[in-house]
Design a protein around this ligand. Structure first.
Ligand code: SAM
Length: 289
């Protein structure tokens, strides 16, 4: 059974996907108290080592593991943020990932970040990231994947960077085949209303997917839906469903957490279905080394 360190664990997107393929979460790290509350309520974390601040992890206290998962904080790279990159501590948290990889040498890692990481500083930031990971001795591959092709009706493009030790073997993890060219709402278009920043106006469209779920809960940030001439925000449960969370996980995890924190958690999360396809390949390939 592959052992996983869930770094920057948030509301547990990686956790669910890894558990679904039979991996064991042996430790997680998260600084936000609401994310930790959700995680502890939703999952059985008994015996799972918990770290708060990633910058303070003493790797001697971290048990050995085979796979590091991390959606390292991305505000510094996203177009929604100020694009400070490595000058911002949230951007430099990538180097905490590198530090853990250097000290613990897990066989695999799966990292996730916003699409804006690819062209930040004219691509220099991304090159630094790939070079840092390669210099640690990992075979590194990356792909831009859209959640809407993985069984959830949400347009969400994210960069996934994977690495593995040992002999390079193309096709081992990437390319990942999109599981569908359609999504749950294929035959059922809904009226989606959203604020288009570039045009500075509200746009109403018939779509079979919603725009990217964001972290802020105000009207301009979240997609709205119009049903029988009534316009409403998506509920927190709907946002988590759009990230591939099960209702059971949401119902357990969300107890005593405000809607504002839940919207933030959903917007920050990784889409479970996309990670599932990646870690499934890691799991299948683990013996062929
Ligand atoms: C992009 S989110 C990752 C979400 C996660 N992949 C999920 O599925 O919910 C980044 C997370 O890193 C956490 N974080 C930020 N700085 C941190 C630090 N210094 N140590 C630990 N966690 C941190 C944030 O609270 C946030 O939950």
């Amino acid at each position: 059974m592959l052992r996983v360190f869930d770094m920057f664990s948030g509301f547990g997107g990686f956790h669910q996907a890894c558990e679904k393929v039979g991996m064991e979460i042996i430790a997680y790290c998260e600084i936000n108290k609401w994310a930790k509350k959700f995680y502890n309520q939703a999952f059985n974390t008994e015996g799972v080592k918990c770290f708060d601040d990633a910058t303070k992890i003493n790797t001697r206290e971290l048990p050995n593991f085979d796979l590091l998962c991390a959606g390292f904080p991305c505000q510094a790279f996203s177009i929604a943020g100020k694009r400070q990159g490595f000058n911002d501590t949230r951007g430099s948290l990538f180097f905490e990932v590198a530090r853990i990889l250097k000290d613990k040498r897990p066989r695999y890692f799966v990292l996730e970040n916003v699409k804006g990481l690819l062209n930040h500083e004219g691509g220099k930031t991304f090159v630094t990231i790939i070079k840092t990971l390669s210099d640690l001795g990992y075979n590194v591959e990356w792909a831009l994947l859209n959640s809407k092709y993985f069984g959830v009706p949400q347009n969400r493009e994210r960069v996934f960077i994977i690495g593995y030790l040992g002999k390079r073997s193309p096709g081992k993890i990437f390319p990942i085949r999109e599981i569908t060219k359609s999504n749950n709402l294929e035959n059922k278009k809904e009226t989606i209303i959203y604020w288009k920043n570039s045009k500075e106006k509200w746009v109403e469209e018939q779509k079979n997917y919603v725009v990217t779920i964001k972290t802020q809960s105000d009207l301009c940030r979240q997609p709205l839906i119009k049903i029988e001439n009534k316009i409403r925000k998506l509920t927190p449960l709907e946002c988590f469903r759009l990230q591939g969370f099960s209702d059971e996980v949401f119902n357990k995890g969300s107890q005593g957490i405000s809607d504002a924190q839940l919207y933030k958690g959903a917007g920050n999360s990784v889409t479970v279905n996309v990670v599932y396809e990646i870690v499934k390949k890691v799991e299948v390939n683990k013996c062929g080394e």
